[in-house]
Design a protein around this ligand. Structure first.
Ligand code: CMP
Length: 140
């Protein structure tokens, strides 16, 4: 199995409801190690660039408004097959389709306010980690 790092965000709906600890517990129970973490308020430009691949989607403006509506916790997670493992513990994007026991099934409010983001590939994980963290902030 390959040791990987992936990028994760605890979204504003979750920080607002004080769920960071419960979400972190789920990540750790899934075998993921939080090797970097910080709580930030994203700027509009940061959120627009981060979600740039979705710029043409009808939900883009609402998504950006939501992501800057409150603090988020950005994280680097490390573990065997961390990208896939994190996607498994997050559950489907739409909480209505998420499997029992997943973060989104237990905590998400809607497809937009879905509590967490996780990288969808190792390639994107590298880009997303570098967007928010410098190398010396990541301690494995
Ligand atoms: P995330 O993994 O952060 O990546 C893009 C986000 O867009 C996604 O999670 C959802 O929270 C949000 N989103 C809002 N509406 C939709 C939609 N109709 N389809 C997919 N993603 C959506």
């Amino acid at each position: 199995m390959a040791l990987e790092q992936t990028f994760s965000i605890v979204k504003p709906d979750a920080t607002r409801r004080n769920l960071t600890g419960k979400i972190n517990a789920k990540l750790e129970e899934a075998g993921l190690r939080i090797v970097a973490q910080k709580r930030i308020l994203m700027t509009r430009a940061q959120a627009e660039n981060f979600y740039g691949v979705h710029r043409e989607r009808p939900f883009f403006n609402d998504l950006v408004d939501f992501m800057i509506s409150g603090p988020v916790v950005v994280q680097v997670l490390e573990g065997d097959n961390a990208v896939a493992r994190n996607r498994e513990v997050m559950g489907a994007t739409n909480p209505a389709n998420a499997a029992p026991g997943t973060i989104r099934k237990e905590f998400a409010e809607s497809i937009e306010a879905n509590s967490v983001h996780g990288s969808d590939s190792l390639e994107n994980a590298k880009v997303e980690i570098a967007y928010f963290f410098s190398g010396c902030e990541i301690v494995g």
